[in-house]
Structures are given as C-alpha cells and as structure tokens.
Design a protein around this ligand. Structure first.
Ligand code: NAD
Length: 249
C-alpha cells in the first residue's frame, strides 16, 4: 500500500479548514484549494486559531504548532493538487458543483491519487461516475467541528477498490479519527438519523410547541445531547441542512 505524504483539500470553509488542520497536525503536508481567495485567508486564520488553542492548553508543543502551520499551503488552482496522494473535496453540498470539482480533479491529479468526497448525503457511486477512476473514489465524511469529533464515516461507491478503502481507512486512523464503514444510501447513517430530528425541531418551532431555547433545552437536559438540535443546525449551516434534507427527500 502506497504511503500518502501530501493531501489536498478542496473548499476551505467550515469543513475544509478543519480537515486541513487535523491532517497537518498528523504530519501530512496539505494544499488547500478554494475558488475564493478570501475563503483561503479565513481558512488559514481559523487553522492558526485552532492550533493556537491547542498550544495554549498545552495539548501540542510550540514546535508541533509551528510545524503544523508550515505544512499548510493554499492555492486557487486545482493543478497544484497534481502531486497529492489523496484529495478530499469539501465544497458546497450540490451535486453539480461536486461533479465539476471531481471531473477537474480527475483531469489534473496523478493516476494514483485517491479522490475522497466529504459529501453529507449525495451518492458516492454517482459522484464517482463523474471521473475515469471510480475505483479510486470514496466517501470520507468528517464531522463538524473536525478537530474535536472522532468519527469519519467511510463509504464505498459500487466500484471503490479494496486498496482505496484500506488506504483511506489507514489514513483516517493516522489523522487520529475513528473510521466507521457505512453503505452508500442518502445521508448515510449520520444524516439519515440526525436531519429528521433537526427537521422536527424546526417544525416544533413553526408549530409553536416551544420557543427555540425550550426546544434545545428539552433535548440537552432530557436526552443528554451536548447541544440542542436548533443550535446544531446553526453550527452545521442552514444551507447545508436544507441541501441534505432535499437529498433525503
Ligand atoms: P462551506 O460553505 O463552509 O464551505 C464550502 C467552500 O467551498 C467555500 O469556501 C467555497 O468558496 C468553496 N467552493 C465552492 N465551490 C468551489 C469550487 N468549485 N472549487 C473550490 N472551492 C469551492 O461548506 P461546509 O459546511 O464546509 O461543507 C462542505 C461539505 O462538507 C459539504 O458537502 C457538506 O455537506 C459537508 N459537511 C458539512 C458539515 C457541516 O457541519 N457543515 C458536516 C459534515 C460534512
């Protein structure tokens, strides 16, 4: 199995910068690509802040902090991902946008590059079919906030090879995460279970069953959730929630 030394992350938003941070912390070199230079700037600033917090809490040393920062580079050009062993796309949850990104990655990346998608809900098989390397495409679904959450759902498409799966499972562990394999179905397990709950919380609000604070308090204090469903929807992003629910629908 080929050892991966550099990864690419496409999309420097909520998820992309988090994935880049944990990859850099685990010793991987990372190139983060976004269409928006402002998103890259914001992403790098958030990585700096995230690593700074770990330094302040003495979870990493000053040297580890410095090294991790140095491992992250940015670009607005997909072509700069050519040398990566793995590229994770974390652009918006729209099939057309992801399809375009995967097609472009397929063009510019080396023959060995594995293409992973951080999609929350879209079919891996359908996304993989946009490339000429469906055997090297896989779902790698990180949770938000990436530096804190252990889980990564790993999803094979119909054509994903065992080698691709093994490589990604190993890399996930190297990044300090816990891989859990699930199958390619809308929303996988995480969002198939989570999103209907968030949707019901929104219906509770719309129907006046409780105000936002009461709804979140019921789920926090009564069900022991660390965060209420409405606060969680805000953390995820309401646009992403709607896109996932549309896929489930
Ligand atoms: P986001 O809106 O915060 O970031 C998306 C980034 O992608 C933006 O910076 C945007 O400029 C960039 N982008 C858009 N089109 C692009 C393109 N063609 N090329 C390069 N960059 C492009 O979104 P997010 O919340 O980070 O979500 C990203 C993905 O991760 C989605 O598929 C989402 O479903 C998934 N996800 C999100 C969460 C969450 O809680 N937000 C959790 C797990 C998975």
């Amino acid at each position: 199995m080929k050892e991966i030394g550099r990864i690419g992350v496409v999309g420097a938003g909520t998820m992309g910068h988090g994935i880049a941070q944990v990859a850099a912390q685990s010793g991987l070199r990372v190139t983060m690509v976004d269409v928006a230079p402002a998103a890259l700037e914001a992403g790098v600033a958030k990585i700096g802040k995230g690593l700074g917090k770990l330094l302040a809490k003495e979870k990493i040393s000053a040297e580890e902090h410095q090294r991790a920062l140095e491992r992250v580079s940015t670009s607005t050009e997909m072509a700069d991902l050519a040398e990566c062993g793995l590229v994770v796309e974390a652009v918006v949850e729209k099939f057309e946008v992801k399809a375009q990104v995967l097609e472009a990655l397929d063009e510019v990346c080396g023959a060995d590059t594995v293409l992973a998608t951080n999609t929350s809900s879209i079919s891996i098989t359908r996304l993989a079919a946009q490339t000429s390397r469906a055997d090297q495409v896989i779902g790698m679904h990180f949770m938000n906030p990436v530096p804190l959450m252990k889980l990564v759902e790993i999803i094979r498409g119909l054509a994903t090879s065992q080698e691709t799966f093994d490589q990604v499972e190993e890399l996930t562990r190297r990044m300090g995460k816990a891989p859990v394999e699930v199958h390619d179905a809308p929303g996988f397990v995480s969002n198939r279970v989570l999103m209907p709950m968030i949707n019901e919380a929104v219906f509770c609000l719309a129907d006046g069953v409780g105000d936002a604070r009461a709804i979140d308090d019921v789920m926090r204090l009564g069900m022991n959730h660390p965060m209420g469903p409405l606060a969680l929807a805000d953390l995820i992003g309401l646009d992403i929630c709607l896109d996932i629910l549309s896929v489930l629908n």
